[in-house]
Design a binder for this molecule. Structure first.
Ligand code: GLN
Length: 193
């Protein structure tokens, strides 16, 4: 059974851990570089990407995260976690850094104020419709040629789920719906890689 860390600086860590366990993985919290070294894969939860960036820096995790991700550790980022995995962001605060890894431009808070939070039904990776919860969510503005688009959402058929090799990202929060299909997809990726 793979051991999958959940970056536990901020955000809905417990819900991700529960979904990973439902999908057949062992879930552990990661707050220190030594804990990062001990996991096979990582989930970066939703929360607030500016805070997560500052905390990762303060906990001396930013560089170790970049190194592990560059060396091929399977990583799944949800919402703020998607922002953290983007090579480029729009709508960030002054100087905001990401971990990077996925060749894409992600726009923060993209769906706008009127629809701060909403639900949509969307097809994820050809595995049927799932209920997706968006909370001040980003969308993906553009992707490089090695990035596979796994999901689109109304309004506007925006890109909200992508994969590049061992890296997976969604704008939405599958950990909040009790549907473990996205986590199962990720655990399958971890087993294959
Ligand atoms: N708007 C948040 C950010 O910029 C993301 C929101 C979320 O993770 N639910 O990081």
């Amino acid at each position: 059974m793979p051991t999958i860390g959940v970056l536990a600086l901020q955000g809905d860590v417990r819900e991700h851990a529960r979904s990973l366990e439902a999908a057949g993985a062992r879930a552990v919290a990661v707050r220190r570089p030594a804990e990062l070294d001990a996991v096979d894969a990582l989930v970066i939860p939703g929360g607030e990407s500016t805070t997560m960036w500052k905390l990762a820096d303060a906990f001396d995790l930013l560089e170790p995260l970049r190194v592990r991700i560059k060396s091929g550790m399977p990583t799944y980022g949800s919402c703020a976690g998607m922002i953290m995995l983007a090579d480029r962001i729009e709508g960030g605060i002054e100087g905001q850094q990401t971990i990077g890894g996925i060749d894409m431009v992600v726009r923060r808070n993209a769906f706008g104020r009127q629809i701060d939070s909403f639900e949509a039904s969307l097809d994820f990776a050809g595995r049927g419709l799932l209920r997706a919860v968006f909370i001040r969510a980003p969308w993906v503005e553009s992707v490089g040629e090695d990035v596979e688009v796994l999901g689109l959402a109304e309004p506007g058929d925006r890109i909200v789920a992508v994969r590049q090799g061992p890296l997976l990202a969604t704008s939405f929060h599958p950990e909040l719906t009790g549907d473990a299909r996205v986590h199962s997809y990720f655990v399958e990726m971890v087993r294959e890689l």
